[in-house]
Design a protein around this ligand. Structure first.
Ligand code: UT7
Length: 323
């Protein structure tokens, strides 16, 4: 059986840091409210003229370096973003060009905050089908560009950044002892469009639009959907929560993350938390957290890592990986 092994990990964060105190100067909010309700203390914001593809390219280069590979080795790029440089072409093609690649194929995936899980599952399936051998899977966002900076209920939550993984095909025996992606699970439910969306687009308004969210409602669904998908994931491979070494969740809200970990019976020492210093970077949040926890030696080869995310659509999903 072909497995998709994680052979490299990288990330990039824009230089500019926006603290809660900075936000309190723009909208009617406080550091106490933001920390208590979301766990966020600061976030990174892209510079003028710094595009999603710029962040993505830097994360991709870092991941390739970490893997000891070059762009020549890559035959697939899947980039998850809800904030592409342009309506078309895909931001992935700009990254491909930035890497100097003229071979292989590159495309974007749009599943908002679940985008990285969707991109990972997509790349995994191309690899398992034998249509790609080495894939760059990127999550990259400039959410600062679609925020309504007068809406305190959303502008304090979201942020910019990029993370990337390199996957490579390797033979496995089909057991849970194999390294690589063991299982992925994707879901969507379009009935909840109005709870989290952007009020613009090429076909509807011919404008980019701004993010709109009914946070409390999204929160309620996130807690249920994430608990369900985590259960489904473990059951698909006959594993139990105590076999998980690390939970690397989408970084939307510390309270949601704590709730998911509690339901799994996982202590906080097994949860990678970056929402405090990254904010919610949508599709970039899971690979940013992975890059941090692999670089500092927490996540090590052979360990079992559970990834999960939930976002606009609604979309949600998970991936279980033996690192
Ligand atoms: O990544 C995609 C998925 N997204 C998520 O998972 C986000 C899910 N939702 C959340 O994380 C939380 O619902 C929020 C952090 C967005 C909000 O926390 P909450 O505990 O659900 O607060 P709330 O929306 O019920 O607001 C409570 C109060 C309201 O005032 P009243 O109506 O009680 O008087 C808000 O107007 O807090 C007020 N409020 C604020 N106050 C100070 C809303 N935003 C702010 C703010 N600063 N920035």
């Amino acid at each position: 059986m072909i497995r998709s092994i994680v052979v490299g990990c990288g990330s990039y964060l824009p230089e500019r840091i926006l603290t809660n105190a900075d936000l309190a100067k723009i909208v009617d909010t406080t550091d106490e409210w933001i920390v208590e309700r979301s766990g966020i203390k600061q976030r990174h914001i892209a510079a003028d003229g710094e595009l999603t593809s710029d962040l993505a390219l830097k994360a991709a280069q870092a991941a390739l370096k970490n893997a000891g590979l070059t762009a020549d080795d890559v035959d697939l790029i899947v980039l998850a973003t809800a904030t592409p440089d342009e309506t078309f072409p895909a931001t992935a093609c700009r990254v491909q060009n930035g890497l100097g690649m003229t071979h292989g194929f590159a495309f974007d995936v749009q599943a908002v905050c679940s985008g990285f899980i969707y991109a990972l599952a997509t790349a995994d399936n191309f690899i398992k089908a034998g249509q790609a051998k080495t894939a760059l899977v990127i999550g990259a966002e400039t959410f600062s560009r679609i925020l309504d900076w007068t809406d305190r209920a959303t502008c304090v939550l979201f942020a910019d950044g990029a993370g990337a993984l390199v996957l490579q095909a390797q033979d496995g025996n089909g057991s849970n002892d194999d390294r690589g992606i063991l299982t992925t699970h994707l879901h969507s439910d379009g009935r909840h469009h109005d709870l989290l969306y952007v009020d613009g687009g090429p076909s509807s308004t011919q404008t980019t639009g701004k993010l709109r969210m009914l946070g409390k409602e999204v929160f309620r669904h996130a807690v249920v959907n994430l608990a369900d998908v985590v259960k489904e994931t473990l059951s698909a491979v006959n594993m139990t929560a105590d076999q998980i070494d690390w939970l690397v969740p989408h970084q939307a809200n510390k309270r949601i993350i704590d709730g998911t970990a509690r339901k799994l019976g996982l202590g906080t020492e097994k949860v990678v938390l970056t929402v405090d210093h990254h904010g919610n970077t949508s599709a970039a949040s899971v690979p940013l957290a992975l890059a941090e926890a692999t670089a500092d030696g927490r996540i090590r080869p052979g360990q079992v890592v559970l990834l999960e995310a939930m976002g606009g659509g609604f979309t949600w999903g998970s991936a279980l990986v033996r690192w």
